[in-house]
Design a protein. Structure first.
Length: 163
């Protein structure tokens, strides 16, 4: 089961490595990112950021969907990280009830789209038009919580309430 589908434009960093696996009770993270899945240097860097007891798989978004065709994958407790809302929406649509919660933490800060062309939701969520449309589709999925929670000690805020 996917304990948390996190949208974070930095993918794996200190907060991810040190706090979220413990808070969620997971020791496996899947990074679903097309660019990272093709970049060996980035893969090494992402894996090096994790403590030795947490393992990472780095796959394309499509390969991540295929990964969950395996019944053993469906039974494992995992955290999945994507770099943007569009990829989160693709996974949530494809994986259905395996995804209970999408956490928009840090979005759109490094995508090259000018800030003035984005919708800002708080200080760490900047949505381009395409990302905003993907979020609208995410919010319409049944039985899916869409929240904003940067660290486990923060309370999760519903995205609908922030907009």
């Amino acid at each position: 089961m996917i304990k948390d589908l996190r949208v974070d434009d930095r993918l794996i960093h200190g907060q991810i490595a040190l706090t979220w696996p413990k808070a969620l009770g997971v020791n496996r993270i899947i990074v679903a990112n097309d660019a990272a899945s093709q970049d060996k240097t980035q893969q090494m860097s992402l894996k090096m950021a994790l403590p030795s007891d947490v393992k990472a798989l780095i796959r394309s978004v499509e390969d991540t969907v295929t990964f969950f065709d395996n019944p053993k994958a469906k039974e494992a407790d995992l955290m999945v990280i994507v770099g943007n809302v569009t990829d989160a929406e693709k996974l949530a649509q494809a994986l259905g009830t395996l995804v209970e919660r999408v956490n928009l933490a840090n979005v759109g800060r490094f995508d090259g789209v000018p800030k003035e062309e984005k919708l800002a939701i708080g200080s760490s969520i900047l949505l381009s038009k395409a990302e905003s449309e993907a979020l609208d589709r995410l919010l319409k999925l049944p039985n899916l919580k869409v929240v904003h929670q940067i660290i486990p000690d923060n309370s999760a805020k519903k995205l609908e309430d922030m907009m």
